[in-house]
Design a protein around this ligand. Structure first.
Ligand code: GLU
Length: 310
C-alpha cells in the first residue's frame, strides 16, 4: 500500500472535532479527537470544537467532554460552537436550497419508506422518491395528514446525481450514493447532514477527521456543500474502536472513559500511552508526544481492538 501524502500545510483552513454530547467520550472517541487535533496542528491548521447537540443530549455531558479533551492536553481555537445555537444558519441554508428548487416536503413515515419498493441500485433504506414529484392535490392531502399526526412534513433535498466522490486521506477516492436526504426532520430538528456541512463551512473547516462509521455519509455531505456553493472539505476517517468481540466500543464494555480509567488508578499519561500504542507509538505520555511522533501514513486501517484489564 502506498503511503498517502499528508495534506499540504494550510496557510488557513481548519480541522475540528465534533462530539455528540450523549455521554462521556470513550477511548475510541478520545483517540479520534487526538488524531483530529494532531493532523490539524501538523498541517498548520486551526482546530475547532463543535458540540453536536441537536439531538440525544445528556445533561452536563458537553462540559464533561470538553474537560476530558483539555485533560488530554488538546487545545482549540476560538469559541466552542453549539449546534443548538445555530438555527438561523441552518434555516438560511435551507432557504438557499429552496430558492434553487432543491427542497421538497415529504409526508412519509419511516415505516412507509422502509416498506416502499426502492429504486434499482439504491441501498436498503434509501428514500424511494415517494413525495418528490407529487401533484398539488397530493401535497395538500399530505399536509392534511401531517396535521392529523401533529407533525411537520420533513424537508428533503431534491438530488439530481446518483453518486458523489470525495477524497479521504486513508481510503483514497470514495464514491457513495447520494439520495434525497432529509434536511429537516418531521419533528422540526435540522438533520445532522445539513448541520455538519453548514457548520464546517462557517468555521473554515477544510479537513474533516472523524470515525469511519461516517465515511459513507461523506459523499452526500460533500454534495450538499457543492449545492450550497460551499467548499468541499478533505476527509480523513479513522477506524472505530471495538471490544474484543469486534463490536463497537460502548459504555457497557466497562471502564472505557477517561474518568473510568482514572478511577481505576490509571493516570492521564497512561491513557494517552494506551492510545499511542494503538497507533504503533509506544512510550507516548502526552498528546504532544503523539503529535510529534505520529506518522499518518502508518495509521492502522483495521479497527482498534481495545483490551481492558477487568
Ligand atoms: N457528532 C458525530 C459523532 O459524535 C460526529 C460528526 C462529524 O464529525 O461529522 O459521531
Amino acid at each position: 500500500m502506498s503511503a498517502p501524502d499528508l495534506p499540504p500545510p494550510a496557510a488557513s483552513g481548519a480541522g475540528r472535532y465534533a462530539p455528540s454530547p450523549s455521554g462521556d467520550l470513550h477511548l475510541g472517541n478520545l483517540r479520534t479527537a487526538i488524531l483530529a487535533w494532531a493532523l490539524a496542528r501538523r498541517t498548520q491548521r486551526a482546530f475547532h470544537l463543535r458540540i453536536e447537540d441537536l439531538d440525544r443530549v445528556r445533561e452536563g455531558s458537553a462540559q464533561r467532554q470538553l474537560e476530558d479533551l483539555a485533560a488530554l492536553g488538546l487545545d482549540w481555537d476560538g469559541e466552542v460552537v453549539h449546534q443548538s445555537e445555530r438555527g438561523p444558519a441552518y434555516a438560511a441554508a435551507i432557504a438557499t436550497l429552496e430558492s434553487r428548487g432543491r427542497v421538497f416536503e415529504c409526508y412519509c413515515t419511516r415505516r412507509e419508506i422502509l416498506e416502499a419498493p426502492s429504486a434499482p441500485h439504491s441501498p436498503p433504506g434509501a428514500y424511494p422518491g415517494t413525495c418528490r414529484d407529487l401533484s398539488p392535490a397530493a401535497r395538500a392531502a399530505g399536509r392534511e395528514r401531517m396535521r392529523a399526526l401533529r407533525r411537520e412534513p420533513a424537508l428533503r433535498l431534491r438530488t439530481d446525481v446518483p453518486t458523489w466522490s470525495v477524497h479521504d486521506l486513508w481510503a483514497g477516492e470514495v464514491t457513495g450514493v447520494v439520495d434525497d436526504l432529509v434536511l429537516r426532520r418531521g419533528d422540526g430538528v435540522v438533520a445532522y447532514n445539513l448541520a455538519v456541512v453548514v457548520d464546517d463551512a462557517a468555521a473554515g473547516v477544510d479537513q474533516v477527521v472523524r470515525a469511519d462509521d461516517l465515511l459513507s455519509s461523506a459523499p452526500r455531505q460533500a454534495h450538499l456543500a457543492h449545492l450550497l456553493g460551499l467548499p468541499e472539505p478533505g476527509y480523513a476517517h479513522v477506524p472505530l474502536a471495538v471490544n474484543t468481540d469486534g463490536a463497537r466500543l460502548a459504555k457497557r464494555d466497562g471502564a472505557v472513559t477517561l474518568r473510568d480509567r482514572l478511577e481505576r488508578g490509571e493516570s492521564v499519561p497512561e491513557v494517552v500511552g494506551r492510545i499511542g500504542e494503538s497507533l504503533g507509538l509506544p512510550g507516548c505520555r502526552t498528546a504532544t508526544d503523539v503529535l510529534e511522533r505520529w506518522d499518518p501514513s502508518m495509521l492502522p486501517r483495521e479497527p482498534w481492538v481495545v483490551e481492558l484489564p477487568a
